[in-house]
Design a protein around this ligand. Structure first.
Ligand code: HEM
Ligand code: MTE
Ligand code: MO
Length: 479
């Protein structure tokens, strides 16, 4: 009966800062509280609710259950939510730690909803050299934290000047902005192949827990030098620890560390990134700041970065100490000693076939079959060759490698040891005479002539990490 405008949750979500205006919802109504933010007796915490519902926060701060507060709110009413949006919001439980999760692209294949873990359909990966952020794999151990950019602080410890704390605008203005294109891969990518050998513990990732993006931000090296890193620190410290703002129910945050050498090297290209693919970091990828440590396993690229500690020790976090390590196929959960193995840092050579997919059929009159995939190696080692077979590995063909989206304008080759990006590859292979089935196989070689093992059993490990055997896909040849 009211003639007020009707909004969707998506429209409200766009008004999530003082710049874009601060909108909130309450019981199906929409309010523009931009003017009220400065008047709020509870301070700028109020911005946490910007772009979404007040309910989960007011459940936390019960002081708001008063008539005069509802009256203040009414003054700012600008409209109502549409039915569908209101229903969706009502069904959310305000005491669920996962209430603030962002909306995600429907194409993502979900491995776990809470925490959110998902990968795109593999065929999407080779459609573009730069993986669009919306379909870039998402690997969260905890709820996505709501971080307000206006009040965000990055803390740094372990440097001569003592602890420092810097705001997002200081990070952006004090240090030059650098852009690095780098591939990020989860240690568990292709875990499902290991699961076929023997059950492992972990999310059952397919071949798409990997993506290639353009990251921009301050160089970690520049930041550490600015706050006093020098020979004195280098003589004692060995690691740079990172802490996320995401926390479990006990208040413990996600954490990891990388070697100090990597962090301060001019050739390490480690970023405190605030942009992904030319836009501010999406919530799932670490808004407002994340670590991008090119060539290093995904787990150390800490998102929602809250603290940096320069130290003589590795991060004490569970994920650095008791996870993300490799073991012998003979090691089981009764015998495993996590102290006996180093934390994974650089990843080994990897490749996989994105097209055709397992079980597809190829037309026998086509004459040949087009095979596509990706290849990448850790530690800045460049992929120098990808071999492809359609007869299970009896005969091999060398694929054409692609290093940009521009066919006729390939990117300059990277300096040796700084090949951070994947190569997409493609090849047309003649169909073998009278073949009824193709066993397509790929394997890559990096600049150190490292190769992939031919099968998963000899590299099987209880956590299912570092799964990089030759990738095999069976397809039918149809008449
Ligand atoms: C306090 C209004 C949203 C956190 C208050 C008070 C008012 C108020 C009037 C003082 C209450 C009293 O002392 O009796 C509002 C209105 C909001 C809003 C109108 C929405 C338009 C939020 C949100 C949060 C929040 C989203 C947190 C995320 C707090 C806190 C206090 C407070 C922490 C201080 C409580 C204390 O001092 O004990 N708010 N608030 N408020 N508010 Fe809000
Ligand atoms: N950082 C925080 N704070 N919390 C996390 O759960 N997951 C890590 C890493 N950084 C994680 C994190 C893991 S295991 C991986 S593989 C990458 O983030 C995934 O990054 P993405 O979600 O941007 O693809
Ligand atoms: Mo990961």
């Amino acid at each position: 009966t009211s003639s007020l405008p009707i909004y969707t949750l998506e429209e409200v979500a766009k008004h999530c800062s003082l710049d874009s205006g601060v909108w909130v919802t309450y019981k199906g109504e929409v309010f523009d509280i931009t003017e009220f933010v400065a008047l709020h007796p509870g301070g700028d915490k109020i911005l946490l609710a910007a772009g979404g519902g007040l309910e989960p926060y007011w459940a936390l701060y019960a002081v708001h259950q008063q008539d005069h507060i509802l009256q203040i709110l009414t003054e700012y009413k600008i409209g109502v939510l549409n039915k569908e949006s209101y229903k969706k919001q009502e069904s959310a439980n305000p005491s669920d730690p996962y209430f603030a999760e962002p909306t995600r692209h429907p194409a993502l294949q979900i491995n776990s909803l809470k925490p959110f873990n998902a990968e795109p359909p593999a065929s999407i990966l080779t459609d573009s050299y730069i993986t669009p952020s919306a379909v870039f794999f998402k690997r969260n151990h905890l709820p996505v934290p709501r971080v307000v950019s206006e009040t965000y602080k990055l803390e740094i410890e372990g440097l001569p000047g003592g602890a420092v704390s810097l705001t997002l605008s200081e990070l952006k203005s004090r240090f030059p902005k650098h852009t690095v294109t780098a591939t990020l891969q989860c240690a568990g990518n292709r875990r499902s192949d290991m699961n076929k050998v023997k059950q492992v513990k972990g999310l059952n990732w397919g071949i798409a827990a990997i993506g290639n993006a353009t990251w921009s931000g301050a160089r970690l090296r520049d930041v550490l030098l600015y706050y006093g890193f020098g020979p004195d620190v280098a003589a004692k410290a060995r690691h740079v620890q990172f802490e996320g703002l995401d926390r479990d129910v006990t208040g413990t945050s996600y954490g990891a560390s990388i070697p100090l050498n990597k962090a301060v090297s001019e050739e390490g290209d480690v970023l405190l990134a605030y942009e992904m693919n030319g836009e501010e970091l999406p919530a799932d990828h670490g808004y407002p700041v994340r670590v991008v440590a090119p060539g290093i396993v995904g787990a150390r690229n800490v998102k929602w970065l809250g603290r940096i500690v320069v130290s003589d020790e590795e991060s004490k976090s569970h994920w650095q100490q008791n996870d993300y390590k490799g073991f012998s196929p003979g090691t089981d959960w009764d015998t495993v000693d996590f102290k006996s193995a180093p934390a994974i840092q650089e990843l080994p050579i990897q490749s996989a076939i994105t097209h055709p997919a397992e079980g597809m059929s190829v037309d026998c009159y086509a004459g040949d079959v087009t095979v596509k995939g990706y290849a990448w190696s850790g530690g800045g080692r460049e992929v120098i060759r990808v071999d492809v077979s359609v007869d299970g590995g009896n005969t091999w063909h060398v694929a054409k490698l692609r290093t940009s989206d521009k066919e006729h304008n390939p990117a300059l080759p990277p300096p040796p040891g700084r090949a951070w990006t994947w190569k997409l590859w493609e090849i047309e292979i003649p169909l073998p005479d009278k073949a009824q089935e193709l066993q397509i196989v790929c394997k890559a070689v990096d600049s150190s002539y490292n190769v992939q093992p031919d099968s998963s059993a000899p590299i099987w490990n209880l956590r299912g990490v570092l799964s990089n055997a030759w990738h095999r896909v069976k397809v039918k040849v149809s008449e």
